[in-house]
Design a protein around this ligand. Sequence first.
Ligand code: BT5
Length: 313
Amino acid sequence: MQEEKILKFLKESHQIISGETIAKALNISRVSVWKAIKKLKEKGYPIKTTKKGYFLEDKDFFIEEDLNKILEKISLFKKIYLFPETTSTMDVAKSHIEKGENAVFLAERQTKGRGRLGRSWESQRGGLWLTLLLYKPPLNLKEAFFLNYLSSLVTAKAMIETFNLPARLKWPNDVLLFGKKVAGVLLEIKAEVDSLEYALIGIGINVNNPVLEKKFMIPAISIKEAIGQEVDRASLLEKLLINFETLYLKKKEILNLWKEFSETLGKEVKILTSSSTLIGLALDLDEEGRLLLKTKEGEIIPISSGDCLHLRT
Ligand code: BT5
């Protein structure tokens, strides 16, 4: 509690602030201040200690208060768990499943962020790295793919509505800005015969973090780069979660909106699946969410999963 209060104090202060001032303001001892600052530093908060006192060098991080404000506006998720650093929010969410609640897991930094098929996901400070845990969602295995479409859709919508950015969707799970990847979605589920035990939806958004685009499969971009300045991550998260809750389980609406924001449909694409490589025109999504690919021979092939490269319009 004291750590959280001190963090808030430092975040709101634009100058070096002495231990004594903090102690007086919060009505605690100087030793408590010192101990709390030490713990915060260990957690990875960039607090600079000078002779005159303390200063936060980078104020772009979440505090509990930001998250509580968001929680007041949603009811689907009961709690937002915040980690200054973790391996992957997918891991921490997974270890929480037995609690039987829907929750959000948010990390300032991930050391082992992951993408699909065991690929790695770069997750430095400044991005939005989160996993949504849905416990026993009322969907069956065949319907689980809606969560993928829903998540990339609400990520794009949040960017459009918060920052007026022209976010577009690339099949199956990417969000693009100006043709570059700004966000990706990773879905992990456990299914029983005709119901889902849980769904873990990982969403990674390049917000204020640096992106080293040369290393990636497709060029990457951050929102900061697109806009030209740092942006407020809490507003983006809030919009994303509110939109998620609003559209959750509205399957038809999700598919229609996904198609509306799609950059893939109508394009010549190359699809790489685990067993084959296909080239054709991305025609549409069918009711089961499969991509309908029209080959040169005129055959229409439904595809459930794979990687997609845009060739030309
Ligand atoms: C994805 O995989 O796009 C899903 C990414 C999901 C990340 C979130 S962050 C919170 C949660 N916790 C996790 O551990 N993961 C989720 P995929 O389509 O397989 O794309 C992975 C590929 O994107 C990599 O092989 C790189 O080429 C590239 N990549 C890695 N980091 C990136 C970044 N920050 N921005 C853009 N591209 C990146």
